[in-house]
Write a protein that binds this ligand. Structure first.
Ligand SMILES: NCc1[nH]cc(CCC(=O)O)c1CC(=O)O
Length: 301
């Protein structure tokens, strides 16, 4: 039997997530573990570690090589952290499934709360959103660029090179790490799609039907709503935007905020409806209409 080929990046987190998708596929289809082959693909994002992602070309750096492998039929599906997947995807590809979403919050490493950080503390992040949100709450902080995988980042706080960093709870939990303290979403709204793992296939492929069997519908509904907001904003990975959708019964609630890079001004809002209401587009339009000029200019919509 030919094995189902699952493409992934090679970082410890990516491999863990690929293993979760393999296990879900095997459980859904009654396959043995060896029915799925995990194919590790090195991306530009993995190779370039010293500059901000936004600076060197953005989220495509994580997906380009996996996209090519899908188009060349070297793999049947590709596993991604949905947070890292560009807003606009090639029409030839389809996000066929998402795993149940994990903890969506950020965790602060190095102090219990942001208020506990010493005046002028050095905090490492490469995320424009985290930078802006931290400066809004604590304008005295010195935000420095940090990249690399989870262990590298934790190591730089442990060594005292920086006072603190922020990491997604989802990634830490998947790696079995209990470091840090979760920040409530009303203090720090997460990145759109944070905590969600998605599986992409070639549009119209047989693999799409195989993968669709593991889709967690509530997660897909929420994450696609957050991505619709990004699309209407014309947001990219330079854009300091936070968003979180949640479903309670039939009611979908979407919260979002846009923050100036220095945290000095922002615009926030929320909207409620059903999954059929295109809440992402509606909230994006509301925020753009109300955004101060210094925030508005960060978006190409
Ligand atoms: N940008 C890197 C990235 N992409 C996804 C996660 C965590 C896992 C997730 O959000 O699903 C991380 C690390 C982090 O932000 O701490």
């Amino acid at each position: 039997m030919t094995r189902f080929r699952l493409g992934t990046r090679g970082s410890p987190l990516a491999l863990t997530q690929a293993g979760m998708v393999r296990d879900a596929l095997c459980a859904a289809h009654g396959w043995s573990d060896d029915a799925v082959e995990i194919v590790v693909i090195r991306t530009t994002g993995d190779r370039v570690q010293d500059r901000a992602l936004a600076e060197i070309g953005g989220k495509a750096l994580w997906t380009k090589e996996l996209d090519r492998a899908l188009h060349d039929s070297d793999i049947d599906c590709a596993v991604h952290s949905m947070k890292d997947v560009e807003t606009i995807r090639p029409a030839t590809l389809k996000i066929a499934a998402m795993l149940p979403r994990a903890d969506v919050r950020d965790r602060l490493i190095g102090a219990e709360t942001l208020a506990d950080l010493r005046p002028g503390a050095v905090v490492g992040t490469s995320s424009p959103r985290r930078r802006a949100q931290m400066l809004r709450l604590r304008p005295d902080l010195e935000i420095v660029l940090i990249r690399g995988n989870v262990d590298t980042r934790l190591g730089r706080v442990a060594s005292g090179e920086m006072d603190a960093t922020l990491l997604a709870a989802a990634g830490l939990d998947r790696l079995g790490r209990d470091d840090g303290h979760a920040i409530p979403t009303d203090v720090m709204l997460p990145a759109p799609a944070q905590g969600a793992v998605g599986v992409e296939v070639l549009a119209g492929s047989a693999a799409g039907e195989i993968v669709a069997a593991i889709d967690h519908h509530d997660t897909s509904a929420c994450v696609l709503t957050e991505r619709a907001l990004l699309a209407r904003l014309g947001a990219d990975c330079h854009s300091p935007v936070a968003a979180l959708a949640s479903l309670a019964g039939e009611t979908l609630t979407l919260r979002a905020e846009l923050i100036a890079e220095d945290g000095a001004c922002d615009v926030a809002g929320s909207i409620e409806g059903t999954v059929d209401d295109d809440l992402g587009t509606a909230l994006a339009e509301d925020l753009l209409a109300r955004a101060p000029a210094s925030v508005r200019r960060l978006f190409s919509a």
